[in-house]
Design a protein around this ligand. Structure first.
Ligand SMILES: C[S@@+](CC[C@H](N)C(=O)[O-])C[C@H]1O[C@@H](n2cnc3c(N)ncnc32)[C@H](O)[C@@H]1O
Length: 239
């Protein structure tokens, strides 16, 4: 059987490409769900070599970058496809401004139930920006329609292979609730491939981009583990 394609690209592959260049190779109106996790401070680091977002100018760079991504998101996504973008308190503001003209936006808190660094408050959450351009009346499977805005999932523990790796259970629950079997899920910042792993386990198709070949290799190993039936469940949903 031939490989399934999305435009010029193969489905269920992670390409080593800049994500904007990569998305330009995807056809219009072809993606059912975007779930992605950009490096929260990357545009600022690229521009200024700073490790932290320090001021409004930094935020405007974040916003400009997000707007460039949004141009491609709007082209490749179906009109009522939902999007989920992991972010933090700073990056959230830039993302929110970039998507101000979409009909539905919400902020979801991922409560890790584990205290991290920070002063005076020690941080134990990350944020997920949700948006839908048209309506919330999109197809969903398994009736997962009543999510709270605070989600409790343990962060990935010692077994993590990427510094920013997200829990498979969290990503799976979003994909399960906001797409159907066979749908196409896009993650343009794949990292260690959590979105690919969750999509594969849930019989969705995925396509993704990642700049770092080591991470692609790790993602492919995780995908092969599923084929061998030895997928590791890294995190558990806090009941
Ligand atoms: C926050 S991490 C994603 C982690 C992922 N969610 C996981 O669970 O492993 C973001 C990733 O985006 C990649 N990246 C950065 N800039 C990129 C670009 N322009 N195009 C594609 N990938 C990029 C980085 O190498 C990094 O691995």
């Amino acid at each position: 059987m031939g490989k399934e394609m999305i435009g010029e690209l193969e489905l269920n592959r992670i390409y080593q490409r800049d994500c904007i260049e990569g998305m330009r190779m995807l056809p219009d109106n072809s993606v059912d769900l975007l779930l992605t996790d950009p490096p929260y401070t990357m545009p600022t680091i690229t521009a200024f070599g700073r490790k932290k977002v320090r001021n409004v100018a930094d935020l405007s760079i974040q916003e400009t970058y997000m707007k460039a991504l949004k141009v491609e998101f709007e082209r490749v996504l179906k009109p009522n496809s939902p999007i989920f973008i992991f972010c933090d308190d700073n990056y959230y503001t830039s993302i929110f401004r970039a998507f101000y003209d979409w009909n539905h936006t919400q902020m979801i808190v991922w409560d890790k139930n584990k205290i991290g660094m920070g002063k005076p408050f020690r941080k134990r959450h990350e944020l997920i920006f949700y948006a839908n351009r048209e309506s919330i009346d999109y197809h969903r499977s398994e009736g997962l329609t009543h999510y709270p805005t605070v989600l409790n999932y343990k962060p990935v523990g010692q077994e993590r292979v990427h510094g920013a790796q997200k829990p498979v259970d969290l990503v799976s629950d979003i994909i399960r609730g906001f797409s159907m079997n066979g749908d196409i899920v896009l993650d343009c910042f794949m990292g260690s491939g959590t979105t690919a792993v969750a999509s594969k386990e849930l019989a969705r198709n995925f396509v993704g981009f990642e700049l770092n070949s080591d991470f692609i290799e790790l993602a492919n190993q995780r995908l092969e583990a599923i084929e061998r039936g030895s997928s590791l469940k890294e995190a558990s949903h806090d009941e």
